[in-house]
Design a protein around this ligand. Structure first.
Ligand code: HSE
Length: 403
């Protein structure tokens, strides 16, 4: 088999990891032929032959020897141009850009078919955990009920430091950035969008259905307060940022990203720091759990290497589930139970709870717990970003099957 000659786009945290990992992986028979960066002269820790570097994408896309593009640039628009430019030329691509993939997946699937080439992106979701290829290949049947987990390393790192080590939220965020876990705009991590993009991709491979990111309720951890943390501790729980796609009937599923109260009996309770954990639930086999590093240079690079090696064997996603006759449809007509910390009674009266089971009012903070439709949470999502507000999910699906 011929050597894979890689054109690499991006030499940031993940790109440098790829450079190191490919250099060590003799069985991959892969070499990096050219690296396209925005700024060739930028000082880098990595010792690298300057002849490898270019700032002209065509030096890769028009090089007939390059037979695989690996794309790990930070900017989603640049990523889109690179990936579609390569696919249009029939060059297979390995990408880690979840924002770009989640927004353009239907078009990218169509392009893979039209140009008879492949786009692999296991690194886009959960770093080193091989969640996409497993969902695509192993869980190719009707039994899948739920995929749920911690999909963002940075927010989990922050919550772990705050919960278990009493550290300050802002310090923990700074450290997540310094350690190379966080996105260049960390609001993607802490506001839940990074988890959302991964969930969109996971849902395509789990259920064969694409849901556009704007349609999904997404709430992050940025407004969590000491009050919420104390409340969770008193109940012997942790608060984790959880993304989930859940079958609520044979023909319907729902999905959302939200902080969640997690009890010690759950697998994800012990998923700390930058680790991710994914629970896959199905009829007949109940729960399975995948755990691993979800962010960082080498863990993510390891997943890229796995996709590079998969290309040696001509692997591509077939998206078989998207052609199934009976695809479930996405619904937001689902009753959830939530904890809402709210600033004043006027705010509370604007939130259409179906029922309230617990209410606490004090000079410091007030909260209610109650049932609310997911569609109503979506309708009020801007309001829920007001100061003094925090929302967390109280799990209610499959409780009869757990513990
Ligand atoms: N910022 C992401 C995270 C990187 O923290 O999980 C890995 O996708």
């Amino acid at each position: 088999m011929n050597t894979i000659k890689i054109g690499l786009f991006g030499l940031g945290v993940v790109g440098q990891g790829i450079y190191r990992v490919i250099g060590r992986a003799t069985n991959a028979h892969a070499e990096i032929k050219r690296i396209c960066v925005r700024n060739i002269d930028k000082p880098r820790d990595l010792v690298i032959d300057p002849a490898l570097l270019t700032d002209n994408a065509d030096d890769i896309l028009l090089d007939p020897e390059i037979n695989l593009v690996v794309e790990v640039v930070d900017d989603a628009e640049a990523s889109y141009r690179i990936v579609t430019g390569a696919l249009r030329r029939g060059i297979p691509v390995v990408s880690g850009n979840k924002a770009m993939i989640a927004r353009h997946l239907p078009e990218l699937i169509e392009m893979q078919r039209r140009y008879d080439t492949a786009l692999l992106y296991d690194a886009s979701s959960c770093g080193s955990i091989p969640v996409i290829r497993n969902l695509e290949e192993y869980y190719d049947n009707d039994l899948l009920l739920e995929v749920k987990g911690i999909l963002n390393g940075s927010s989990n790192y922050i919550l772990s430091r705050v919960f278990d080590h009493d550290e300050d939220y802002a310090d923990a965020l700074r450290r997540a950035q310094k350690l190379g876990f966080a996105e260049s705009d960390p609001s993607f991590d802490i506001e839940g969008y990074d988890s959302l993009f991964k969930l969109i991709i996971i849902t395509v491979h789990a259920l064969g259905v694409y849901v556009a990111p704007e349609q999904v309720f997404t709430y992050g951890i940025s407004s969590i307060s000491d009050f919420d943390i104390r409340y969770a501790r008193e109940k012997r729980m942790k608060i984790k940022l959880v993304a989930q796609v859940v079958k609520v009937a044979d023909d319907r599923f729902t999905m959302f990203v939200m902080p969640e109260f997690v009890s010690p009996s759950k697998y994800i309770y012990s998923v700390d720091d930058e680790y991710n954990g994914v629970v896959i639930r199905g009829e007949c086999y109940d729960r399975q759990f995948m755990f691993g590093k979800g962010a960082g240079s080498l863990p993510t690079a390891s997943s890229i290497l796995s996709d590079v090696m998969a290309r040696r064997h001509g692997y591509r996603y077939e998206y078989k589930k998207m052609d199934y006759l009976n695809l479930p449809s996405y619904t937001t007509d689902v009753m959830l139970k939530i904890y809402l910390r709210y600033p004043d009674e006027q705010f509370l009266s604007a939130i259409p709870f179906a029922s309230v089971s617990e209410k606490f009012v004090s000079g410091t903070a007030s909260y209610v717990m109650g049932e609310i439709l997911l569609s109503d949470l979506i309708a009020h999502r801007e309001l829920l970003r007001a100061p003094g507000v925090f929302v967390a999910n109280i799990p209610r699906f499959f409780l009869n099957l757990d513990d």
